[in-house]
Design a protein around this ligand. Structure first.
Ligand code: UT7
Length: 323
């Protein structure tokens, strides 16, 4: 358990909203198929901005929401599987954009696929000694999608979410994180160009591939496993809010039924954003924060799963103050 609390959240999205109807003009699909199989109705695609641009916008919003002096930030971790380039890290780009080059900061990226933000939050919580930590999940998945593969391109979107954390003895976060080292390619993306490219650019490179059914099966086991692990012997009913990875509404319905936990107490925005991988949990967190749904003395569980396979959860006890 770490005594840390979140003091501000922010988000950003790709600038172009693409509806299911728009996708009907790109691949052989239908609004009806996408909506009933996934719950997704639209997603945001970034045609001109890369991952760092979205990360910087989300970070600036989180800093503003926290009302802190950015020069007191001591740690920046960006979870991403779609960085702008191999090096430098997106985290260092965020540091530079915030004008923090001369400050006493450690900044680095981390890749745990869609569980990335949870892994980054755990890492930041254990590393942070003083000042503030900036934890970001940011993706431009559109650049690794095959826009001719209807089984994947309809699912994902571009965006970023961020939060600012500080140490606080009155608040706590309990983490659970696991990786299976499953190399069966259920969710896989090989070597590829990291340059921003847009729809249907045909190059000799590999795109994201997925065995949807296998991932679905894994997700419905992994999410309850992680939630039970962070709740230990405590009743699931005592969770005030679950903020899950936004992959598929049917997965969340399954988890809700299996755990007898009401859907109304889950933050769900995949209908608008689609699956933004490591950005999905912090975007949903930022939305809950903006809507005032995160208050004092609450138990909140963040939970996710992703390629690798990776999965995990974070139980947040907000304590006496708002988060
Ligand atoms: O962050 C983790 C990311 N991934 C996930 O969470 C994915 C988890 N899995 C899923 O969400 C679901 O498995 C999918 C939504 C991806 C697919 O749903 P499904 O019910 O498992 O469908 P399926 O893959 O078994 O495909 C059923 C049919 C196939 O046609 P036939 O072979 O039955 O004729 C597909 O070719 O649906 C077809 N299909 C589509 N049809 C219209 C696949 N994609 C599409 C599409 N539009 N976009």
């Amino acid at each position: 358990m770490e005594h840390v609390r979140i003091i501000g959240c922010g988000k950003a999205a790709g600038e172009q909203k693409i509806t299911n109807n728009d996708l009907e003009n790109i691949v052989e699909t239908s609004d009806e198929w996408i909506t009933t199989r996934t719950g997704i109705r639209s997603r945001y695609i970034s045609s001109s901005r890369n991952t760092s641009d979205l990360a910087i916008e989300a970070a600036a919003n989180a800093i503003q929401s926290a009302g802190i002096n950015p020069h007191d930030i001591r740690l920046i971790i960006v979870a991403t599987l779609t960085p702008d380039c191999v090096t430098p890290s997106v985290a260092c780009m965020v540091q530079a954009a915030l004008g923090l080059n001369e400050d006493n900061i450690m900044a680095f990226d981390l890749n745990a696929a869609c569980s990335g933000f949870l892994f980054a939050l755990q890492t930041a919580s254990s590393l942070l000694q003083e000042g503030y930590g900036l934890v970001i999940g940011a993706e431009t998945l559109s650049k690794i999608l095959n826009w001719e593969d209807r089984s994947t391109c309809v699912l994902f979107g571009d965006g970023a979410g961020a939060c600012v954390i500080e140490r606080d003895e009155k608040a706590s976060m309990t983490f659970y994180a696991r990786s299976s080292g499953d190399t069966a390619h259920a969710l896989y993306c090989g070597s590829r160009s990291l340059q921003k490219d847009m729809h249907n650019v045909k190059e000799d490179k590999q795109y994201l591939e997925m065995n949807g059914r296998e991932v679905f099966r894994f997700a419905t086991r992994a999410m309850p496993d992680a939630i039970h692990a962070v709740m230990q012997d405590d009743d699931i009913d005592t969770i005030d809010l679950i903020i899950p990875h936004q992959a598929n509404r049917r997965i969340l319905e399954y988890v809700s039924k299996k755990m007898k936990y009401p859907m109304e107490k889950m933050i769900i925005n995949l209908d608008e954003f689609g699956n933004t991988s490591s950005a999905s949990v912090p975007i949903a967190l930022a939305r809950a924060w903006e809507e005032g749904r995160i208050r004092e003395n609450m138990t909140i569980v963040l939970v996710g799963f992703g390629a690798g396979f990776t999965w995990g959860a974070c139980r947040i006890e907000t304590g006496g103050k708002q988060l």
